[in-house]
Design a protein around this ligand. Structure first.
Ligand code: 13P
Ligand code: SF4
Length: 348
């Protein structure tokens, strides 16, 4: 059955040629990645989607916010599909536009016109549009540092949403003290901060990635005791304490590149999504690579995209049936594009 499905995907790809483009995020399963025309992290996939003017059909193997981003960045005669509509992102779901507008009003009252929004691409199109119309920019984990530096040239304060950990880790990296960071709690509409409001430089939205929060300081301490030789590298969506105790941290692409360059025989514990860790293990048999958390699971929503869903999506295109089309309304897309373009203009 699997072989039949694979053969059919190959046939459809051949038949559609360059009219079909399949971007695949690094966290996707191997059974899907084998068919991707481009594999990358969220920044790379945003860049290749923006650059592609040929493909009429873009079947996005990733999660909902990534497909929305592709739809915003591509032209009107290109259609973006998500093979399974249940492939969402629990982090993106932690900030809805109503909560965000309420937060913005309250923060303007507290701090006046001194704040710029910075939004991780792991967010809905509506939040990206909010960011665009308020002068802010998107960021990804690959460019968060340079985007935070840019934001401080615009305004003295940043509202960073929806991932508190990426925001905290990045701001800390460029020298913002932890006690100058406040947390906005969208469930209670309150600012969590002890100290003088004048000192607040970064306001972190209280959201997180349920995958990367599973790496703990206990995992690190256990490894330091049993394997003092092993190097620990984690994604900045991990908590501050975890990043602080690790040897290195960076985006998905940074992790892949670092292990690629590492000396043969070196040993690494990796704190990121499991489909990717498994692939890194397979690709580097000359190095010892393990997951930082031995009980780690893949990202469940990324995993919703599998071979049957990919094939189903392609069959809807072949049959000219309405598939899972992702279409951001024009008004939202135009404002969201402002925030994406501000990021892409500064990305390498
Ligand atoms: P990057 O692809 O930017 O590393 O983000 C990781 C992630 O969690 C994607 O959902
Ligand atoms: Fe969202 Fe985390 Fe899954 Fe990425 S790994 S899609 S941030 S839940």
């Amino acid at each position: 059955e699997r072989a039949e499905m694979e053969a059919r995907v190959h046939d459809i790809k051949k038949e559609l040629g360059t009219a079909l483009f399949i971007p695949g995020h690094h966290y996707q399963k191997d059974e899907v990645i084998q068919f991707a025309d481009a594999v990358g992290d969220s920044l790379q996939l945003a860049q290749v989607s923006a650059a592609n003017r040929q493909a009429e059909h873009i079947v996005f193997c990733g999660v909902h916010f990534m497909a929305e981003t592709a739809d915003i960045l591509t032209s009107n005669n290109q259609t973006v599909y998500l093979p399974d509509m249940r492939a969402g992102c629990s982090m993106a779901d932690m900030a809805d536009i109503y909560q965000t507008e309420r937060a913005w009003t309250a923060l303007q009252e507290l701090f006046g016109n001194t704040i710029i929004p910075l939004t991780y691409v792991n967010s809905t199109a509506a939040i990206k549009a909010f960011t665009g119309r308020n002068g802010g920019s998107c960021v990804t984990s690959s460019n968060a540092r340079s985007m935070v530096e840019w934001a401080f040239t615009e305004k003295p304060r940043i509202l960073f949403l929806p991932d508190q950990h990426l925001g905290r880790n990045t701001a800390f990296d460029i020298g913002v003290p932890l006690d100058h960071m406040a947390v906005w709690n969208p469930l209670t509409d309150t600012l969590e901060f002890e100290g003088n409001f004048e000192d607040v430089q970064v306001i972190l939205w209280k959201g997180h990635c349920s995958v990367h929060e599973n790496f703990t300081t206990a995992n690190i301490k256990e490894l330091r005791r049993t394997r003092p030789d092993i190097k620990i590298i984690v994604h900045p969506e991990c908590r501050r304490e975890v990043v602080a105790l690790s040897d290195d941290n960076g985006s998905t692409k940074y992790i892949i590149d670092t292990i690629e360059k590492a000396a043969p025989g070196s040993a690494w514990a990796v704190g990121t999504e499991m489909n990717l860790v498994k692939r890194i293990i397979q690709q580097h048999s000359d190095k010892e690579i393990i997951s930082l958390n031995p009980n780690m699971c893949p990202c469940l929503t990324m995993n919703r995209i599998d071979l049957p869903h990919l094939l189903w999506s392609l069959e809807t295109i072949m049959a000219e049936e309405a598939g899972n089309i992702i279409q951001v309304d024009e008004c939202t897309a135009a404002e969201a594009k402002l925030s994406l373009d501000r990021m892409l203009a500064r990305a390498d």
